[in-house]
Design a protein around this ligand. Structure first.
Ligand code: HEM
Length: 141
């Protein structure tokens, strides 16, 4: 597959991954506002599970596969901007894993974190996304 095709599939994968990383914490904010055991709470559990398993997990894996493929094609390991970008996407992956844990807590009706906590958590992938895109396109160093 040509470099351009790999990059196109990389960008499509990260769009899907970012959509999930920005939406799931938002669902957690709303989930905090409803009663445990209520019909709304059970509906949020279904939405959170499907978003994570059907969209975010496959999109994260595809982002890594096409990203590492691109790294090999451009010998990215020698480029300082790529080192910084790799740090940003590793932190993004850690945020993904944390969200997966928080989802399990909601599913088991044992969430103890506040709405405010999830509003702040929602900003983390936003900041990391800004860094990853600017580093990948501007290549500032
Ligand atoms: C998951 C691990 C990731 C790896 C290993 C990775 C690696 C790479 C590499 C090596 C390139 C090629 C750069 C070039 O051709 O000059 C690239 C392109 C790109 N990456 Fe990633 N990336 C990852 C995740 C992300 C994420 C999460 C975002 C955004 C939130 C992102 C945004 C981009 C963009 C916008 C481009 C295209 C840049 C251009 O057109 O020159 N990447 N990525």
């Amino acid at each position: 597959m040509s470099y351009e095709w790999v990059k196109a599939l990389h960008v499509l994968s990260i769009i899907a991954w970012m959509a999930g990383l920005l939406y799931l914490p938002r669902l957690f904010v709303y989930h905090c506002q409803v009663d445990v055991g209520s019909a709304q709470s059970e509906l949020f559990k279904v939405m959170e599970r499907r978003l994570l398993r059907a969209i975010m997990n496959p999109a994260m894996i595809a982002s890594w596969i096409f990203g590492l493929w691109l790294m090999v094609l451009i010998e990215g390991w020698a480029l300082p901007w790529f080192h910084a970008k790799l740090l940003a996407v590793v932190l993004m992956t850690a945020a993904h894993m944390a969200m997966a844990r928080w989802r399990k807590d909601f599913e088991a009706d044992r969430n103890r974190r506040t709405e405010r906590f999830y509003r702040i958590a929602n900003e983390v992938p936003t900041v990391l996304m800004l860094a990853a895109v600017i580093l990948a396109i501007v290549e500032p160093f």
